[in-house]
Ligand binder design. Sequence first.
Ligand code: PEP
Ligand code: MN
Length: 337
Amino acid sequence: MIIKMKSAATRADVEYVVARVHSLGLKSHVSEDGGQVLIGILGSFDDATPSAFTGLRGVERVLPTKRAYRLASREYRPEPTEIRLGDVVIGGDQVVIMSGPCSVESRDLLIEAAILAQKAGATVLRGGAFKPRTSPYSFQGMAEDGLKILAEARDITGMPVITEVMSSETVPLVSEYADILQIGTRNMQNFHLLFAAGRQPKPVLLKRGMMSTIEELLLSAEYIMSQGNTNVILCERGIRTFETATRNTLDLNAIPVLKELSHLPVVVDPSHATGRRSLVPAMARAAIASGADGLLIEMHQNPEQALSDGDQSVTPDQLSNLVEECRRVSVAIGRTL
Ligand code: PEP
Ligand code: MN
């Protein structure tokens, strides 16, 4: 449920309504949209609850939301959310390219990759330091050493960095180094991790669980937002279907559906969605044509020797071509890149 205050409502009016919300054992989340204060109501309430607010001074309307998620919904915030990281804006007119290797493998490789990705047109650097691998015998990532290398690459290139956080215990550590925390597909419903990510200030890129519905993705975003961190980026990275020709199936439908249901930026990862380097450019173009605000793309200087996800990693040259193609698609739909 959302309470929309009148433009003329005073601070005291807002405070009174908030106190009323709390007196009913519910939580509130106050925000502003175009000069109007919105009070989101969180907690369990019934059909009778809206009447407790309709007559209060300064209240324009009480909007019942039928959706299970509230803060993430379009009803709650009609304007798109823009997330700013220095000069980079995610969710604005400009399409954002986030790229780099699947994993941070060594200092020299990562620094070189960062410079090459930037040259190719990326404005955010990716690289996993904590890797969720299907097999416990696979490379697990460089952990804190990897985070330090990412921070150094940021110092050198000026690019903000995105890296995965796998557990609630490591949220403070990853948050200290990263500009964006990535929550991976396997952890989309790790609710302790979502809460922890919601209690720290860095934006969170939340990947859709490979077997999760769009509503479940939005409810997971809601977990983060309910803790105060509303800078959440949704990421479609392919879901599991009966199809075996590709690693996953990129659900392009999810992009316009998420845009209809939510104000949060949507980023697409065509690397994990396809699992094959040759398919990444086509799906990258399709994602932008479908309304994605950005792309998360794995790139490696020598994909055959990558310690993880080499098959789906493009080379720096391929990234460069892909960005050029995506630029043309962006312009065709009235955006920039
Ligand atoms: C990754 O980005 O390298 C990754 C592990 O992604 P996902 O969680 O989508 O599998
Ligand atoms: Mn990967």
